[in-house]
Design a protein around this ligand. Structure first.
Ligand code: FUC
Length: 832
């Protein structure tokens, strides 16, 4: 008789074979978004990007449209938007807040902190590529897809007895958009190709097979548009003939055609636009031409995909197949909430990684509100960078899903803000260091924007977390030394900016707000000492002290920083047993505001823990229940991460169900309740990319966490995914995790230690015995000796309720320590 444990072992063994053999990597078809009809809306078109160039492919047989972006094509030019009236009104704003005249304080702040001029420049579309096939109106056997395993989009259809194929990619290696057109019979490709732009553009003939489109970016709010865009369209035909008519290139009876679109601007950096756009575009085109002349098309396509895969293949995820993998993606999105389709959740996870690889390449601009993809001249919120959640969320998956190089553009932006932000620190607040308000753009503006929403001065502290967290994953001291001055200068700003509360002598950020939320009790946003600011400053000061200690810098400054740290207000548990959002207990249990700012302490930070602060952990849960699930876009996806940190996988999965629902109504209109567009873009609405990235990080948090003293395996596994496998998740301290599980229990585990050091593992089932290395039982009473797992001690929370809630216990989890060597693998397997 086979005992239950033997059965489990057998199951584990079988799943292992599949989990780590090559078959475990989902078949290529699992990593495709595919459709049976062309896109009519932009939100149905398929995104391609190489960080710099973006393309949205509609896949229409008779009038193909590929909407284009170049990520430095923004309105305006170098400037900052500082309102220097802030400095003189600051004492008054502060005293109005202190005396409770919030309406007057907010009014004055809006007038004197918010920019009197520009509110940030819009990111603008680079126009369209059109391919008009007049006779292809009557087609059949239509198919289009985006293969996120190779970063290539394809369209095929049949007209008469000819099958037509199109492949499109934005080459990572050759820096041009490439379109390859083929037909199943010779001489069948006849069409017009041309570029267009909604703004005024100049078109000219470059040579027999190349046209040029040139234009200047838009003027906006008094800032002259100074970015020049040059776009070259080149058509290379095999067979048939080419002719130019106006700015169109006409192809007749070709066998196959290769098209390139090369785009470039004069943008060098946020303060320098002295490059020659046309020379650059021509240079990219010449190089691409040479490459494609010397190598077959297939080889150049492979070169692009290989570079892409270098990032993408680092993480694989298998949550089980389900029976719906073979259905078109839009249909699967429509039905996801009603059925068991785990593979769509893993596709959505990987799509987030695809989007980050495609929109954030080293040396380029960070992913903005829409990543890289925007078809408007005047997009929602200018498609810029909102620094009170959205821009940060874009980078939540970067480290944990091993896309660390792609974090670089964001780190670079923070370094640049640390330069422009010195102006706002000094001339608005008379402080040293740097600061920015809740928005920036390609020009790295740091002034306040958007009326009363703008007077939040704490984005420097949040942005600095990215500098430090990256170090916790890579352990690279040279990198830490490079970013430390930016952290230190953010600290300096608060050394000068904080004020003392008259009653408790706490140090407060004032004026400020809990981003974008106005408590019902007072009706205005402006406030002092809000919970999120206190949490952000706790992290900023703790991490900067830790960095200074590691780097042996600024020993003499550390005591003053420690003193500030000790005087920040503690977190508070309010009268409803909720985590208080403000210094005062203003919370309304009916408040459903989309921002969850005070839960920053739970995720992305690690100040609220079931082990170290169980009461706060419970209070955070109460707050999450009060805020409720209904939400859209980034807010809903933040909740996935938060429920994962609350160790509730089923609730996190419930939010995933809410996310993967159609964002278009049955009659094709954009629904107001968020969800997922047919092309898998997230709907705020409108499209905002942060939600996609939040989903990806949230799913990773459900499978493994590394913020609370240990690598925690399957901390929030939903019942929906009883078995599965993941490879390549990155844990703090440089541990790369491959794992498979069966019946909710870890079955095989491989940890690759990049940096060495103690590996503390927490699991909810015992790990199999090992013989090749030593495993020690550990307890939560002793701190993990690994320095990347050291945790700053938060203050005891203040409690304004007598209610006691049952605490979540982790006593039934298994905790072990392994002393690891850098470069070695540690494997557990339930094979025998
Ligand atoms: C923040 C959010 C909005 C929107 C905007 C871009 O201000 O509150 O919902 O996402 O950023």
């Amino acid at each position: 008789m086979i005992t239950k444990s033997v059965q489990i072992s057998l199951l584990c063994f079988m799943s292992l074979l599949s989990a780590f053999s090559t078959e475990a990597v989902p078949a290529v078809t699992d990593l495709k978004l595919w459709y049976q009809q062309p896109a009519t809306l932009w939100e149905e078109a398929l995104p391609l990007g190489n960080g710099r160039l973006g393309a949205m492919v509609y896949g229409h047989p008779s009038n193909e449209t590929i909407q284009l972006n170049e990520n430095t094509f923004w309105a305006g030019g170098p400037h900052n938007n500082i309102n220097t009236e802030a400095l003189s009104s600051l004492p008054k704003i502060r005293s109005l807040i202190a005396t409770g005249d919030y309406a007057a304080a907010e009014d004055l702040a809006t007038k004197t902190i918010t920019s009197l001029g520009a509110n940030g420049m819009p990111y603008q579309s680079a126009g369209h590529l059109h391919l008009d096939f007049a006779t292809h109106t009557n087609y059949r056997n239509y198919y289009r897809d985006l293969d996120i395993a190779s970063a290539v989009a394809s369209t095929s259809y049949q007209v008469g007895d000819v099958i037509y194929n199109r492949e499109v990619f934005t080459s990572l290696t050759d820096q041009v958009l490439v379109v390859k057109l083929t037909a199943s019979k010779p001489g069948q490709l006849s069409f017009n190709a041309y570029l267009s732009h909604p703004a005024k553009a100049a078109f000219s003939r470059k040579n027999a097979n190349t046209v040029l489109m040139q234009l200047q970016s838009g003027d906006h709010e008094g800032i002259k548009g100074q970015v020049q865009l040059a776009s070259l369209l080149q058509v290379q035909n095999s067979g048939g003939s080419l002719s130019q008519n106006d700015h169109k290139i006409e192809v007749k009876n070709a066998d196959s055609v290769l098209l390139f679109v090369s785009m470039a601007t004069n943008f060098v950096n946020y303060q320098d636009i002295s490059a020659n756009a046309l020379e650059r575009a021509q240079e990219y085109l010449t190089k691409a031409q040479q490459q494609f002349r010397q190598h077959p098309y297939q080889a150049r396509k492979t070169a692009h995909s290989t570079l892409y895969k270098n990032y993408f293949d680092r993480v694989t995820l298998d949550l089980g197949k389900g029976e719906f993998s073979a259905e078109p993606t839009d249909q699967r999105i429509r039905l996801f909430a009603q059925r068991h389709d785990p593979q769509l959740a893993s596709l959505y996870f990987q799509f987030g990684r695809y989007l980050l690889i495609s929109s954030s390449q080293p040396g380029g601009q960070p992913a903005n509100l829409q990543g890289l993809w925007n078809h408007r001249q005047d997009p929602p919120w200018d498609s810029k960078y909102t620094l009170n959640i959205n821009a940060q969320m874009n980078y939540w998956p970067a480290e944990v899903t091993q896309l660390t190089e792609l974090h670089q553009p964001f780190i670079q932006m923070i370094k640049e803000l640390a330069v422009t932000g010195q102006q706002s620190a000094k001339s608005m607040y008379g402080a040293r260091g740097w600061m920015a308000h809740h928005n920036t753009d390609i020009w790295r503006i740091t002034g306040g924007v958007d009326h009363s929403w703008g007077s939040w001065p704490t984005s420097n502290a949040w942005l600095s977390q990215h500098l430090w967290q990256k170090y916790l994953y890579n352990g690279d001291k040279a990198y830490l030394a490079e970013v430390y001055p930016v952290m230190k200068a953010a600290v300096q700003f608060f050394e000068d900016f904080l004020i003392e509360s008259p009653d408790k002598q706490w140090l407060l950020v004032s004026p400020s707000m809990s981003p974008e939320n106005a408590p019902k009790a007072k009706g205005t946003k402006i406030a002092a000492g809000v919970t999120m600011d206190n949490q952000l400053l706790f992290d900023l000061f703790s991490n900067t002290i830790a960095a200074a200690t590691i780097l042996e810098e600024d020993k003499n400054l550390i005591p003053a920083w420690q003193n500030i740290l000790s005087r920040l207000p503690p977190m508070q548990i309010g009268k409803y047993h909720q985590l208080q959002e403000w210094l005062q207990d203003w919370d309304d249990p009916q408040d459903k505001h989309r921002h969850l700012s005070h839960l920053y302490g739970l995720y992305p930070s690690n100040q609220i823990s079931p082990l170290r602060s169980p009461e706060l952990f419970n209070a955070a849960k109460v707050t999450m229940e009060q805020r409720g699930d209904p939400s859209t876009g980034w807010s809903m996806n933040w909740k996935i991460n938060l429920w994962a940190r609350l160790l509730d996988g089923d609730r996190a999965f419930k939010l995933m169900r809410d996310q993967i629902k159609p964002a278009l109504t049955a009659d094709g209109k954009i629904s107001e309740s968020g969800g997922t567009y047919p092309n898998m873009f997230d709907a705020h609405p409108p499209f905002q990319i942060d939600g996609n990235f939040g989903f990806t990080s949230g799913l990773a948090e459900m499978l493994a966490q590394s913020h609370d003293g240990a690598v925690h395996l399957l901390p929030a596994l939903p019942q929906e995914w009883p078995s599965g496998a993941v490879t390549g998740l990155m844990m703090r301290g440089g541990f790369v995790l491959d794992m498979s599980w069966q019946n909710g229990q870890v079955c095989k585990l491989k940890i690759h230690s990049r940096l060495g050091g103690n590996l503390r593992l927490r699991s909810h089932s015992p790990l199999p015995q090992v013989t090749t290395f030593t495993v020690h039982k550990a307890t939560d009473a002793t701190e993990n000796p690994n320095p990347f797992y050291q945790q700053a001690q938060i203050k005891t929370p203040l409690k304004h309720t007598n209610k006691t809630l049952p605490q979540l216990s982790l006593n039934n989890s298994y905790l072990v320590d392994v002393s690891t060597e850098a470069g070695r693998d540690y494997m557990w397997s339930c094979k025998k």
